[in-house]
Design a protein around this ligand. Structure first.
Ligand SMILES: [Cu+2]
Length: 107
């Protein structure tokens, strides 16, 4: 095998593995939850919450904006609501005041 085709083969394998991982992620039960957060004022607040919450095991998607956080949670490994509340609290003077499951039905 030439070096170039070996390189191409390894590229194919990587692409294949990524696709498999994506399919696995899509197949596992995921839920989306929206959190209303008190005490956030600016981008720095957003960053500190992101830092605490987004890397958690079971959090597959993490979107934080001022006053609001939307997480996609992998049902199997998802942190509990209490855990998430305490992570948000640890990030600064923030408090989860409401969490609402987002249903994709009705779209
Ligand atoms: Cu801030």
């Amino acid at each position: 095998m030439s070096q170039q085709s070996a390189h191409f083969a390894s590229f194919l394998i990587k692409t294949c593995l990524i696709t498999l991982a994506m399919v696995a992620a899509a197949n596992s039960q995921a839920k989306e939850v929206e959190y209303e957060i008190k005490g956030m004022k600016c981008g720095a607040c957003v960053d500190s919450i992101k830092e605490k919450v987004c890397g958690q095991k079971g959090v597959t998607k993490c979107n934080v904006e001022v006053g609001k956080m939307t997480l996609t949670l992998d049902d199997k490994n998802a942190p509990s609501d209490d855990k998430i509340s305490s992570l948000v609290k640890d990030a600064g003077h923030f408090k989860v005041i409401k969490s609402t499951p987002v249903t994709s039905q009705g779209h």
